[in-house]
Write a protein that binds this ligand. Structure first.
Ligand code: AHG
Ligand code: MN
Ligand code: MN
Length: 335
């Protein structure tokens, strides 16, 4: 049964030449992410043993402080990328500022920067619900040979050369794109190998699932309220089903497979919503568009937004084409 499925390693090698700036660097980078994903997966799977092994903040047997899983995931990704010397800089949701990576020859020859949300949906860890990691990759804009600068990270989402996520769910999957469609790989934990299980993933053009934290309903703009009412009205294919996990990665993953829309709007209390443009929205928008979906802030394509700061937040609507277009109609009526 395993034989007919390609491994992620084989897939990376086969597709390397299809990538426009082929020097093998991006392949090495995806390989490093693959490795970090396996390590984080191992840690996430142990999370339920916390009563036995000790909770975050406790001392472990070596007298070291147990780390929270989001801090641990952050360290694992950063350390793996540092060790392999394949990026010149990293920005993470968990870090105040970007990190400059010095290569051992101190020449700053690497071309890529990585932006990550190391653990997405972290509040779900304690209750044994799926979490994820999101990553986004750009070519630096500053010259090779110099240290990275803020502007290497503040690029429009359209400039991404690759993006993806790992979902630590009932199975662990790595889903990514380098601009030629989206492919999903499932981890066989017994072998520690990812296999191509979901080639060329696409959002169905229409769907029946809407995902939003409806508890915030009173704070939403009228256009979004109208769309929610539309989802709940009775018609040929409605009412739709409401599904909200509270991990963007998991909600997006389900919606891409089944057809649906994810919404994190701005509200009267959060001017720009909650999600981060650079670590969450840009990579997910890139994947969505690669998979025939749409991602917007209600008015503009996410990938067109010029970032102004690392931890910038933005309203986020993403999913099946027909559903996001209907939402845009509702928003436009009140604009
Ligand atoms: P993170 O754990 O990286 O901070 O992200 C959580 C995000 C996202 O994954 C999720 O969809 C959303 O926050 C949930 O927010 P609410 O609890 O406000 O609905
Ligand atoms: Mn997140
Ligand atoms: Mn996070």
């Amino acid at each position: 049964m395993l034989k007919k499925h390609k491994t992620l390693g084989e897939f990376i090698i086969e597709n390397q030449s299809a990538f426009q700036y082929t020097s093998g660097e991006l392949s090495k980078l995806i390989n490093a992410i693959r490795l970090a994903a396996k390590v984080v997966n191992h840690e996430v799977n142990k999370a339920g043993l916390v009563d036995i092994l000790g909770a975050a903040g406790d001392m472990n047997i070596q007298g070291e402080n147990q780390q929270k899983l989001d801090v641990m995931a952050n360290d694992i990704f950063i350390q793996t990328l540092k060790n392999r010397e394949i990026v010149c800089g990293i920005a993470s949701e968990e870090e105040d500022d970007f990190i400059t990576i010095n290569s051992s020859d101190d020449n700053h020859q690497n071309k890529y920067v990585v932006l990550i949300d190391p653990l997405d949906g972290s509040s779900n860890i304690d209750v044994n619900v799926s979490v994820g990691t999101i990553f986004s990759i750009y070519r630096r804009v500053t010259p090779v040979g110099t240290p990275v600068e803020l502007r290497d990270f503040l690029q429009k989402g359209d400039e991404q050369v690759a993006a993806g996520y790992i979902v630590y769910g009932t199975s662990t999957m790595l889903v990514y794109s380098t601009g030629a469609g989206v492919n999903g790989f499932t981890l066989n934990p017994a072998l520690g190998t990812f296999y191509l299980s979901h080639p060329d993933m696409k959002f169905p053009e229409s769907g029946k699932i809407y995902s939003i934290n409806e508890g915030n309903y009173v704070h939403f703009l009228q256009g979004v309220k109208d769309y929610i009412k539309y989802c709940q009205e009775e018609d040929e294919d409605r009412p739709y089903t409401s599904r909200y996990i509270g991990s963007l990665v998991s909600d997006f993953h389900r919606n891409m497979i089944k057809g649906g829309i994810y919404m994190y709007p701005k509200s009267n209390i959060a001017e720009n919503g909650k999600l981060r443009l650079l670590y969450e929205c840009n990579p997910m928008a890139y994947l969505a568009e690669q998979a025939n979906g749409i991602a917007s802030d209600g008015f503009r394509r996410i990938l067109d937004i010029e970032p102004t700061e690392l931890h910038q937040r933005v309203p986020f609507f993403c999913g099946s084409k027909n559903m996001v277009e209907k939402l845009h109609e509702c928003i436009a009526k009140h604009a």
